[in-house]
Write a protein of this length. Structure first.
Length: 77
C-alpha cells in the first residue's frame, strides 16, 4: 500500500483501495481488522475499525468466468 491507496471519504470514513498483489496467495478465508495507531491521531489513542470484513478464496476451477464478488479474491494457483 501507498499513501495514494488511502482516501478520506468523509469525517468518519476512510477508503482504502487494494490493488492486485501477484505474490499474495490466499489459501483460507481471512478476517481483516483495521487499527489506526495512536501516533496517527490527535486524540492520542488507537482506534479499532468496525466492522471487520472477510476475504474468501474462490477456486477458478469452480468459477470458470473468473468472477469475484465483494470481499472475494480469485485463487488461480
Amino acid at each position: 500500500m501507498t499513501f495514494a491507496d488511502v482516501a478520506r471519504t468523509s469525517n468518519t470514513v476512510v477508503t482504502i483501495t487494494l490493488g492486485a498483489e501477484p505474490t499474495y496467495s490466499i489459501i483460507a478465508s481471512e478476517t481483516i481488522t483495521v487499527t489506526v495507531p495512536a501516533a496517527a491521531l490527535n486524540i492520542g489513542v488507537e482506534v479499532l475499525g468496525s466492522p471487520t470484513f472477510a476475504i474468501t478464496a474462490i477456486n477458478t476451477a469452480a468459477n470458470p468466468h473468473n468472477l469475484a464478488g465483494p470481499g472475494q479474491m480469485l485463487r488461480t494457483g
